[in-house]
Design a protein around this ligand. Structure first.
Ligand code: HEC
Length: 230
C-alpha cells in the first residue's frame, strides 16, 4: 500500500514537472528554420551573405576558403569574389577586425561562428532554429548603446546588421535570405554531414544486397545431409 502511494505521488510529481518549469517564465518558442541542406544554390547565397556581412566582425576559423568548392564554387570564383587583400585560397576564414579593437567597440569580441549552429542547439530546439529566430528577432531599443535589442538574445551587443535588407525586402524575401544564411551556418558547423549521409545509404544498400544474397543461397535440405553422414 505504502509503495503504491509512493508511486502515485512520484507520478503526480512527474506530471507537474513541465508545468513547474513553465512557471519559471514564458517559454520561448523558436521559429522553425527551413531546411536548406540539399539546396546548393541557397547555400551559395548564404555563403555570399556570410562573407559579405558577417565575416568583417566574426571569424569562422575552422572553415577554409577552398572548402567553398563543396558548395559548387570554382577556385576562380573563390579567388575573385571572396579573397580580398593578402588572403590565399587555403587560408582559414579569419576576420579582418582585430580582436582588441572589436572589444573596444562592442565591449565584447564577436565570437567565432564556425560551429555556432551546433553550439546554439538546446532543449528549445536545433541551433538552426535559434539562429533563424535570432536573425529575424531584432527590434529597436533606444535604451541600448546600439539602438537594437533581440527577442532571443536579451541586450545583445550586436546591432541589426541586416536591417537595410529587412527594410527593403518583403517579409518573405527577408525570411528566405535569413534561411539561406542559416543553411550556410549549419553547413559550416558540419561540412561532412552530406557525405556522411551518402556513405550511410551506401552501407545500408550493401547490407541489403548481402541479405538478399543470403536468402538466395539456400542451404541443402537437412535430411539428405544426415543420410550422407550415416
Ligand atoms: C559590426 C560587427 C558585427 C557584424 C557585422 C555581425 N556581428 Fe554578430 N555579433 C557581434 C557582436 C559584438 C556579438 C556579441 C554579442 C554579445 O555577446 O552581446 C555578436 C553576436 C552574434 C551571435 C551570437 C553568438 C552567441 O554568443 O551565441 C550570432 C549568432 C551572430 N552574431 C551572427 C551574426 C551574423 C550571421 C552576422 C552576419 C549577418 C553577424 N553576426 C554580423 C558583432 C557583429
Amino acid at each position: 500500500m505504502k509503495a503504491r502511494g509512493l508511486a502515485a505521488s512520484l507520478l503526480l510529481a512527474l506530471a507537474l514537472l513541465p508545468g513547474l518549469a513553465g512557471a519559471a517564465g514564458p517559454e520561448l518558442v523558436l521559429a522553425q528554420a527551413p531546411d536548406r541542406s540539399h539546396d546548393q544554390q541557397a547555400l551559395q547565397r548564404g555563403a555570399r551573405t556570410f562573407i559579405g556581412y558577417c565575416l568583417g566582425c566574426h571569424p569562422a576559423s575552422l572553415m577554409r576558403f577552398n572548402r567553398l568548392a563543396d558548395l559548387g564554387f570554382t577556385d576562380e570564383q573563390i579567388s575573385k569574389e571572396f579573397l580580398l587583400g593578402a588572403r590565399r585560397i587555403g587560408d582559414p576564414m579569419t576576420s579582418t577586425m582585430r580582436r582588441d579593437d572589436a572589444k573596444k567597440w562592442f565591449g565584447i569580441a564577436p565570437p567565432d561562428l564556425s560551429v555556432i549552429a551546433r553550439a546554439r542547439t538546446s532543449r528549445l530546439g536545433p541551433g538552426a532554429d535559434w539562429l533563424y529566430t535570432y536573425l529575424r528577432g531584432f527590434y529597436r531599443d533606444p535604451t541600448r548603446p546600439s539602438g537594437w535589442n533581440n527577442v532571443v538574445f536579451q541586450n545583445v551587443a550586436m546591432h541589426h546588421v541586416l536591417w537595410e535588407f529587412q527594410g527593403r525586402l518583403s517579409p518573405q524575401e527577408y525570411d528566405g535570405m535569413v534561411a539561406d544564411l542559416v543553411g550556410y551556418l549549419v553547413y559550416m558547423s558540419e561540412p561532412t554531414a552530406q557525405s556522411r549521409r551518402h556513405i550511410g545509404w551506401y552501407v545500408l544498400g550493401g547490407a541489403l544486397v548481402l541479405l538478399l544474397f543470403a536468402f538466395a543461397v539456400k542451404p541443402p535440405p537437412r535430411k539428405s545431409r544426415r543420410r550422407e553422414h550415416v
